[in-house]
Design a binder for this molecule. Sequence first.
Ligand SMILES: *[C@@H]1O[C@H](CO)[C@@H](O)[C@H](O)[C@H]1NC(C)=O
Ligand SMILES: *[C@@H]1O[C@H](CO)[C@@H](O)[C@H](O)[C@H]1NC(C)=O
Length: 407
Amino acid sequence: MPCGGRLHCLLALCCCACSAARRALRPREAAALRAAAGRGGDGERAQVAAEINSRPGVLWRAGVSPRFSGLPLGASEALCGAVRTPRGGALQRAPSRRAPRAGAAPAPERFDAAEAWPQCARVIGNVRDQSGCGCCFAFAVAGTAADRLCIATEGSVAVQLSEEELCFCTTARSHGCDGGSMAEAWGFVRDRGLSTGGPYARNSSSGHRSGYCKAYSLPPCYHHADAARRTDGSLASCPEKHAASPSCPVRCDPEAQAPYDDFENARYRFRGHVMFFIGFGGEVDEIAQQMMAHGPVQTSLKVHSAFEMYISGIYHRLEEETFLGWHAVKMVGWGTENGTKYWRVQNSWNSHWGEDGYFRILKGVNECEIESDVIATHGDAVWSGPGASEDAQLRSRQKSRAITRGR
Ligand SMILES: *[C@@H]1O[C@H](CO)[C@@H](O)[C@H](O)[C@H]1NC(C)=O
Ligand SMILES: *[C@@H]1O[C@H](CO)[C@@H](O)[C@H](O)[C@H]1NC(C)=O
């Protein structure tokens, strides 16, 4: 076989020298092949998508997502900036790896955090856009933290937290747009607290309406070179990757309003541990149990070359895809379709990507390692910051314990 078809050539980025064994590409080689793959533009992407969609046994549909239209296949590599969590260190292993109690109800077939906590549905369902920046770690952590803050306070603190500050102010293992450590980002929220934030605000009708402190400074983008093809004229084009990270903010934007306009003091932090959970191989579905008791969790997955073409369905890796990088995301629920179990996960590539900004992925088989590095606050975490009442948190913890005990 000269070459396993166009799909093999483009996805594996190993054109026509395809042998049975896959090998890692050298960076220069990969770049050259990506450039070649990109020359055909969206036409080439559409052919690859058609090839994936015609295959038997594939549970997801591929297509030319507006988010990556016009860019060479593999463009999502620049967005995959998650540094995995070192074992030991600052993170606590979840203590719940025990057999379920006799008579405990199994986890339901389907769960959706936004339905379980309707008072926090707007916070949980807020699909954001990391722009052309490897800031996924900051988006996943700030998003999960805001959800858990809202749930822990029974909806009385329903705010967005600042991805801008989290991305560009954590330093030891984090380098802004070049990616960063999720564990370090969680530690930052716990120890220094995080200001409120929001989406890119310049020229945006929704920008700063909230009065939050520090908006994200990089624009959302369709990556369309051609302005006429934009579906939302208010958004600017943006480069494939931002050359330099913005600097760490030291004050709120001028549009910020009380009580959020005080950069030093209007911050949300928590007392308590940051936990990691392993979602497979144990007797309990720890991830499901965590989510039902306390809300969404942050995780990361190995992103491969065709993932950016995901349009709908239940994603699983195709054999010839190449690894691009680790990507941090927020897991919000699970379900079953045609007998196949999946996780539902929120991405930060805007709501024009995937299933309105979300994707589903096989559950229970650690697909792309999505079940091996799940991180969240300990259920007993106590939040502080404007409006974070301790009474509400006490009530909410009692409810959570009842859920955990019942299982
Ligand atoms: C489930 O079955 C329906 C009807 O055949 C189909 O449209 C859908 O794509 C299937 N979903 C998956 C994940 O295979
Ligand atoms: C955004 O605002 C700036 C300054 O007000 C203006 O110069 C620019 O044209 C605006 N861009 C868009 C896309 O509206």
